[in-house]
Design a protein around this ligand. Structure first.
Ligand code: RIB
Length: 297
């Protein structure tokens, strides 16, 4: 099985701050680090490090060439990434506070220049039984997901960052990986007083064919597929940087499933992988190797 991860490539500018900046405030950052990131790139790295055969598709500007090196050094094929001479690479400004939490300002840049021709040319290399992994940091998602389904590909969708414009993409998902905020927006209601199990079953009712993975941060995650539903506890660690924890979870969960493991095993694999990721700084550089995660299991 081949995995096509069609998604963003970002340069992450990570500023360590004593607190998140407030309206009208000028705040001195303690340090600046530049990392390779983007939900697409991070998930490609995680999928590959977890053991899958991964091809990344997307677009970068000239200053983002080092992002391709990060992918290649993680074993990801980059032949479907377009290099755009006159467009800035996607980038983020990330504030990281003393607890390792973050807030992210995203500039889409080249990630928003995906054409239907690039999608068609890329999908031509994939066939029934291969998988497509997508998030919401590129344009063209509905066209991409619908064409992939027509080819018989398995679609895994992480609707992050969530916005109402991508609701039509949900129906293509065989695997839907999302957090409670994203779930509430998709369900179109306030779910803050509801249990994760109730939220999962409402998602399942709207998307009966999908396997749903609801992530809950420190409270773990819930898997449901219409036949079984269970909770996976989070692995407790001291977090220094939570950036890419969700991307690591997504990559390792899918690697477990696509590698023939059970949902229970795959959820544990993912929980241990993301727990290791949060103990390290940066986005893609924080993703652990498969062997490390197996040792932690
Ligand atoms: O999920 C983490 C990622 O979100 C960061 O690497 C940043 O680029 C943003 O896309």
């Amino acid at each position: 099985m081949k995995v096509l991860s069609f998604g963003s490539l970002n340069i992450d500018y990570v500023y360590s701050v004593p607190h998140f900046i407030m309206r009208g405030e000028t705040l001195a950052a303690k340090s600046l680090n530049v990392y390779s990131g983007g939900k697409g790139l991070n998930q490609s790295v995680a999928l590959s490090k977890a053991g899958l055969d991964v091809f990344h598709a997307g677009a970068v500007g000239q200053e983002g060439m080092f992002l391709l090196d990060e992918l290649k050094s993680s074993g990801v094929d980059t032949k479907h990434v377009r290099i755009l001479p006159d467009t800035k690479s996607g980038h983020t400004i990330i504030q990281k506070n003393v607890d390792g939490d973050n807030c992210i300002l995203l500039y889409g840049g080249a990630n928003r220049s995906i054409t239907e021709k690039q999608i068609d040319d890329t999908l031509a290399d994939f066939s029934a039984g291969d998988a497509l992994v997508i998030q919401n940091e590129i344009n063209g998602l509905e066209y991409l997901a619908s064409r992939a389904k027509e080819r018989g590909m398995i679609v895994a969708f992480n609707p992050s960052p969530m916005e109402n414009g991508i609701i039509p993409v949900f129906k293509y998902a065989d695997y839907l990986l999302l957090n409670e905020v994203e779930a509430g927006q998709f369900l179109g209601k306030d779910i803050s007083a509801e249990t994760p199990e109730s939220i999962s079953s409402q998602l399942q009712a709207k998307l009966p064919g999908a396997k749903i993975i609801l992530t809950l941060g420190l409270n773990g995650s819930v898997y449901s597929d219409g036949k079984i539903s269970f909770r996976q506890e989070a692995v407790k660690v001291h977090a220094v940087d939570t950036t890419a924890a969700g991307d690591t979870f997504t990559g390792f969960f899918l690697a477990g499933i696509f590698g023939g493991k059970s949902p229970e095993w795959s959820m544990r694999f993912a929980a241990h992988a993301s727990a290791i990721a949060v103990t390290r700084p940066g986005a893609a550089p924080s993703v652990p190797a498969r062997e490390e995660v197996l040792a932690a299991l």
